[in-house]
Design a binder for this molecule. Sequence first.
Ligand SMILES: Nc1nc2c(ncn2[C@@H]2O[C@H](COP(=O)(O)OP(=O)(O)O)[C@@H](O)[C@H]2O)c(=O)[nH]1
Ligand SMILES: [Mg+2]
Length: 192
Amino acid sequence: MARKRKDKTADPEVLVVGLQGSGKTLLVRRLKAHLVGAASATGRSSSGSSSAAEATFSTDAVPTIGVDVDTVKGKKRSLTVREVGGAMKPLWPTYFDSCAAAVFCVDVSDESTMASAAVALVEAASHESLRGRPIIAALTKLDAPVVATRAEVWNLMPAGELPGVRWFGSSAYTGDGTREIAQAIWESIEGR
Ligand SMILES: Nc1nc2c(ncn2[C@@H]2O[C@H](COP(=O)(O)OP(=O)(O)O)[C@@H](O)[C@H]2O)c(=O)[nH]1
Ligand SMILES: [Mg+2]
């Protein structure tokens, strides 16, 4: 007798990867505060109680050891969000197959890691297991005093060669851009 496959009914999974300290955990925390999805097709996504979310938002982050799994609730359904840290980079591809979309965090306030972040992003985006899946590149920490310019980022990331990647700037500290990323995640999952 065939067993019902668990992943048929499971929430779609979003994989969040990026180098250590690139802002994955705080971005996920912001995504949890944005109740979007499903009903978004009406074009009227309510902003929810953003001031309440603001009051409870904490920027304290304990470095993720290995893999962190969380649930982001949308208006009609939930997503499983799996954060896989930079220390596990060689193992990222093992999670590509099961994800419905991937978010790649790049810390644009840290010059010293931008080049390796670019390599990691290009590697991931061109990996055969991710091919054809929606990929969101989140350029994080835009609130930081010094951030790479768009030209500098473009110089490092061959954006034109990564046609499946959608780019967003964000700050988990201020919340800027995080709603757009949440929206893009839902859109990419609904569009599949
Ligand atoms: N300035 C600034 N710092 C951030 C932002 N997001 C995360 N950080 C800081 O960067 C460090 C790593 O953040 P975290 O979310 O744990 O990164 P992760 O290792 O990729 O999960 C922490 O000290 C955070 O406070 C942001 O939007 N702006
Ligand atoms: Mg983390």
